[in-house]
Design a protein around this ligand. Sequence first.
Ligand code: KG4
Ligand code: ZN
Length: 353
Amino acid sequence: MNILAIETSCDDTCIAILKSEINGKNFEILSNIVSSQVKIHAKYGGVFPSLAKREHQKNLPIVLRKSLRAAKNPKIDAIAVTVGPGLEPCLWTGINFTKELAEKMNLPIIPVNHIEAHILVNFINRGSTSLKLKIFPAVCLVVSGGHTQLILMEGIGKYRILGETRDDAAGECFDKTARILGLGYPGGPIIAAKAAEFRILDIESGIKLPRPMLSTKDYDFSFSGLKTAVLYLVKNLKSEKKLTKKGVQEICFESQQSIIDVLIKKTMKAAKDFKAKTIILGGGVAANEELKRQLKQKIEKEIPRTKYLVPGTEYCTDNAVMTATAAFSHLIRKTKNWKKIIANANLRIDENV
Ligand code: KG4
Ligand code: ZN
């Protein structure tokens, strides 16, 4: 069975075609096209929804052609589309394009939750083995530009949100910190690179930033205070003309470490409290090498029997392979009743799509 998947929840226009056995085993990626809008949004230091929508409209037909050609025009059996959460105008663009295509090709549509897709992409070509190995309950940390959530997963489709950010998402904090430092967008990879430059110096950071909610008993997060702390620090350093190249590297190192410390502490707490058999990472921030490395170290040290799943780097940030993977897990949702499919910008993983 071949699924063509469309993902436009934020600023990347993504179409992938995946082949799989009906039970979602043995995936084969026939094509995976991601058209990034980074250059367009860079000057705003973040995603500008109406611009993103216009770009999606422009890019979708081109990305579709590329994706079909790369997959050598296979027979398509269903179309999957992200219906939420995400930026509403962007979601609608993908949904409307999908509806037109489904009508033209007389195909069913499978609606997909974007957060679930960030989790399920971990099962690509690992699905059956992982399930046999009894990986549930799993604690999932989904960290992206729009979300920071800890989710208890009892099985595919069985989720409980344990905690989430009360303000900015972790990725948003990376992006805003980069903007304050004038480093460009998206902030995550740039901050990570500057932090690595400071790490090489092998000296202790003289800057101390807050670790918001590090020791609270819940599984919630808060990152807006961290961004504000960086803002004041940079303002002061600039007014004293003391913001050096090394100072910027040091701020990047310390703010990245602050985010990592809180993410790891809460994830480990949830894993221990719920006796998780697996810890699963997903979302754009999961591409962060330091986060992956430090979490792995902590698991090996404190709960070594716990399995640890992280997607390949190209499947951390938005892509449509993840959308297709989730669709294969929910073939039952396949519907020809297109009118019922709507965008839900605030869709939660414990709600029906
Ligand atoms: O999942 P994603 O592609 O889009 C959303 O669903 O939001 O995540 C994008 C976010 C951005 O905030 C970006 O700065 C962050 O992921 N990101 C990273 C890294 N690569 C991307 N954050 C930290 N380290 C990275 N290497
Ligand atoms: Zn995402």
